[in-house]
Design a protein around this ligand. Sequence first.
Ligand SMILES: [Zn+2]
Length: 321
Amino acid sequence: MGQAKQWFDVALAIADPVERSQAMSDLAFDAEQMARDGCRAEAIELFELLATLDRYDDLLLPAIESADQRLISLRGRSLPSLDEVVKELYRKFADLPERERLLAVAKTLVRDHGRRRPESWGVAAELVAAAEAIRPLAGKELRFRLRCRNSYSDRPNLPPHPARDRVALLRFTNPTDIPAYGDWDFQVFGAGIALRAEDMREVYAAYLENHRRYHINISTRSGRYAEAQRVTELHAMLSEACQAGRDVTLDGHDYVWSFSSDLMFEKQFESVQCPVCQREFGPEECRVLEWSFGEDLAASGGRRVVCPSDHTLYSCMEWNS
Ligand SMILES: [Zn+2]
């Protein structure tokens, strides 16, 4: 085993995520140094290891991105075109049925290239459209399509997304009186949250699609029936607001707080106002942290969104044992 691999394994074994990311950044720095000192092969080996790190981990991204960049310059190669990347991924997922294959290519493409190459979101959107033509999208697939569209339309240097004049917002106040909050060891604040209305409209649409598929015959007296009725109303209200470019304010308890959890944890919100800092923050300024509470059969956990001063502005339980 080479020296680089040993250093990398030691860094990878660090349990604390912040310390681990620091160790990885140090390794990227060491590799820089090696490249400057003429140890090109060792530098490439180390950068190649860094490039294998988990790209979903925000803390590790600086090390990964510096490795990506340096690998290109050290190998004297240019970036493969997105077309080539897509073709290679398409070959890689040859075992999947066509529709799933297209979606897998799209997801992998933006996971590996989305941050550095914003145009990959546009390519992913086209792949998703091709998958959708085979069979309509549902659930997570709809949310992925939305991410592609948003990421694509957020980039001013790209051809504009079939445009809207104004993005309608859905505003709500993060509820502070959810019974489960009482157990948590952090305080949740009543932050003012703004989501893009069309994002929530898609979340409701995915819920209703699922409802139509699996629960259409339930009793009109059941709670799920009442919920679906209300979500239908909310969906209609948001559709109208999106068309008119008009903002909507809803009560956070009204199928908004829990329904928006994916958008919040994927940082797909417009802004959040911290009542303690008395400042508004964009998604790039906030962090998403995991939490858990209790033990064994009485444990629960989820994620939360915190401002730069660590005030919890949104939290939701995602599992319990
Ligand atoms: Zn704050």
